[in-house]
Design a protein around this ligand. Sequence first.
Ligand code: SAH
Length: 362
Amino acid sequence: MWGLHPLLRHVISAIVTDAPLPDRLARAITLAGPMPVSQFMAAANAHYYATRDPLGAGGDFVTAPEISQMFGELIGLWCADLWDRAGRPEVAWVELGPGRGTLAADALRAMAKAGLTPPVHFVETSPTLRAAQGERVPEAIWHEAVDTLPADRPLIVVANEFFDALPVRQLIRRGEGWHERLVACQDTLFLPIAGKPVPLDVLPESLRDAPAGAVLEISPASVTVMATLGRRIAAQGGALLAVDYGYEGPALGDTLQAVRGHGFANPFKTPGDNDLSAHVDFTTLAAAAQGAGAAAWGPVTQRDLLGQLGIDARAAALARAAPDKAEAILADRARLMGDMGTLFKALAVTRPDWPAPAGFGA
Ligand code: SAH
């Protein structure tokens, strides 16, 4: 009887075992060597989102649609207004990473009041969150990725805190050059190290001479999603609205963060048990959409967008309708418009011949 080569036996057990994720990652690194930060982040988040509902007071973090129904309603009005001014075509409505389905439920209600009742498509990989979404939006059609979205009509796409969850590569400056940042492991302790040098031409010229220790992040997965949707919108018509925390790059900075129980944690500890995210580079996302033939708008702050979409009037109307909740409604409005309102930004994408989207100052 031929015995399995010991290395093969390790590889097989690393793949098929249901050992905890940190053990599997540790074994994969022991066998194949340190892995790029992006691969570590992708594996950690896939496990994290597949195994829990992280949102809300009892979870790890709270998002804008979970703070107040006003957020989803105003985004629904943004969609309906654009659709109306585009001549009311037959569209499909798409949400990327819909969480619990709260934004979708609020947006669809507001859109229906404006006469827009489109088929609903969700791009979501987590089975746990798909189940939660199905309770709020039972008619939705789910997709693993954007490639399978309908190709025969304009798409109106929204994404709140989606792009920040997609993996980033990190490049780190060491000595004379830049290196891919890798995740190594000792026992089950993970730690970032500098890997092979990368060619200088992958770095924006303005940043090449940064001081030792400087980190540059790039998210190829985000660019791929945006380029695909930009191409679809340019070909089929439609628009996209992405809201996230981020910056107008290129910029240096290690923004990879882990959140657990509403506090910050070490991103390299207990992978799969805390939410990993990175700030979104809106300049690169806009360029990806433009490169695909679409028009990009903004970014504008969440505060400016919600202000222009009428959050004050909406809060006043809700408060009038439920006087006992007036204080809470105004507090929620303040939360969306305060620190969060400037940290979070919105980027819009349209087909160039579509009308200008509301809230982008055109
Ligand atoms: N938009 C929601 C949830 C934000 S959390 C809200 O604002 O409350 C991030 C969401 O993106 C989750 O639904 C998560 O499961 C999903 N997600 C993360 N990575 C994904 C990927 N690669 N493909 C599809 N969905 C993903």
